[in-house]
Design a protein around this ligand. Structure first.
Ligand code: HBI
Ligand code: FE
Length: 291
C-alpha cells in the first residue's frame, strides 16, 4: 500500500486530484525499500545521463552532493540552494492547485513530493513522486539563470491566474521545465525533468527519429498541445537558459489574446515558420505507462 494513499485515505477518503498543503519530509519514516528504490533509480539515471544531460544539470547534481545510498534530506539541499540561488524546497503531498504552485515558484520555493514510488512502480508512475521531483527538478535550481526563469514563470502564473491563460502556461512548463532540450557545442542535450528522470525518454528524446525537434519560439510553443500518454511527439530546443529567461520578460497578456484567437497545434504538427532542428518521422510513438 503506498504511503500516499494511506495518508490521504486517513484524511480524506478517496484520492483528491490535488493533495494540497505543505508537509514535513519526515526523513526517518523512509523504509529500507524506499532507499533501495532511490538507489536503483539514481544509479540507472546516473549511468545514462553523462553525455545526454546538459552540463548545468550534471553540475547541479555535484553541487547538491547527491548520491545513491539514501534519499536526500531536503534540509541539506536547502543549505546549498539558498547559498547558490536563494531557492528552497518545501515538502508536499503531491500536485498542488495551479495558483498555489505558481505562488510557491514566485517565492523561490519548489514543491517536492515527500514520498517515493513503490518498487513495482520503478519504471513508471503517473504522478510526480520524490524521484521525479528531486532528481528531475532540483539540480537545475542550483543554476542561477534557470532559477530566475522558474521564479519569473511562477510570477507570470500568479498574474495569469485571473486570466483564462493557465493552459498556455501549462504548455510552457511542459515543453521547457519538464521536456526541454538545449543546443550545445557538443550537440543536443536534455534539461527537462520529465526526461532526466525517465530511463526510456532519456534515450528516445535524443536518439529517436520519431519526434520533431523544433527551435524554441514562445508563442508557437504555447499554441502546442501535449499528450501525457506517449513520449513527446515534439521537443522544443533552446539555445541557452538566458534565451528562456529573456522570453519571460515581456508581459504575456497580449500573447494570451493572440493565442486565444488561434487554433491549437497538435503535439506532432509542424507549423509554417518553424525552425526545424530535426523533422520527425511522425510514427513509432512510444506509449508511456498507464497514465
Ligand atoms: N504541483 N506539486 C506540484 N508540482 C508540479 O509540478 C505542479 C503542481 N501543480 C500544477 C502543475 N505542476 C502544472 O499544472 C504546471 O503546468 C502549472
Ligand atoms: Fe515535474
Amino acid at each position: 500500500m503506498s504511503k500516499r494513499i494511506k495518508y490521504l485515505q486517513t484524511d480524506r477518503g478517496d484520492l483528491p486530484m490535488y493533495a494540497e498543503g505543505i508537509v514535513e519530509q519526515d526523513w526517518d519514516s523512509y523504509t529500507e525499500a524506499d532507499h533501495a528504490v532511490w538507489k536503483q533509480l539514481f544509479e540507472r539515471q546516473s549511468a545514462l545521463l553523462p553525455g545526454r544531460a546538459c552540463d548545468e544539470f550534471m553540475t547541479g547534481l555535484e553541487d547538491l552532493k547527491l548520491g545513491p545510498d539514501q534519499i536526500p534530506k531536503f534540509s541539506e539541499a536547502n543549505k546549498v540552494l539558498r547559498a547558490k540561488t536563494g531557492w528552497e524546497l518545501v515538502a508536499v503531498e503531491g500536485l498542488l492547485p495551479d495558483l498555489r504552485f505558481f505562488e510557491l515558484l514566485s517565492a523561490k520555493q519548489f514543491p517536492v513530493t515527500w514520498w517515493i514510488r513503490e518498487p513495482e512502480q520503478i519504471d513508471y508512475i503517473s504522478e510526480p513522486d520524490l524521484f521525479h521531483d528531486f532528481f528531475g527538478h532540483v539540480p537545475l535550481l542550483a543554476n542561477p539563470v534557470f532559477g530566475d526563469y522558474l521564479q519569473a514563470y511562477g510570477a507570470g502564473g500568479v498574474k495569469a491566474a485571473g486570466l483564462d491563460a493557465l493552459s498556455f502556461l501549462a504548455r510552457l512548463y511542459w515543453y521547457t521545465v519538464e521536456f526541454g532540450l538545449i543546443q550545445t557545442e557538443q550537440g543536443l542535450r536534455i534539461y527537462g525533468a520529465g526526461i532526466v528522470s525517465s530511463k526510456g525518454e532519456s534515450l528516445y528524446s535524443l536518439e529517436s527519429a520519431a519526434p520533431n525537434r523544433i527551435g524554441f519560439d514562445l508563442q508557437r510553443l504555447m499554441r502546442t498541445r501535449y499528450r501525457i500518454d506517449t513520449y513527446q511527439q515534439s521537443y522544443f530546443v533552446i539555445d541557452s537558459f538566458k534565451q528562456l529567461f529573456d522570453a519571460t520578460e515581456p508581459d504575456f497578456t497580449g500573447y494570451y489574446a493572440a493565442l486565444q484567437a488561434q487554433t491549437p497545434l497538435a503535439a506532432g504538427e509542424i507549423a509554417p515558420g518553424d525552425t526545424i532542428v530535426q523533422r520527425g518521422s511522425g510514427e513509432g510513438w512510444v506509449l508511456v505507462g498507464d497514465v
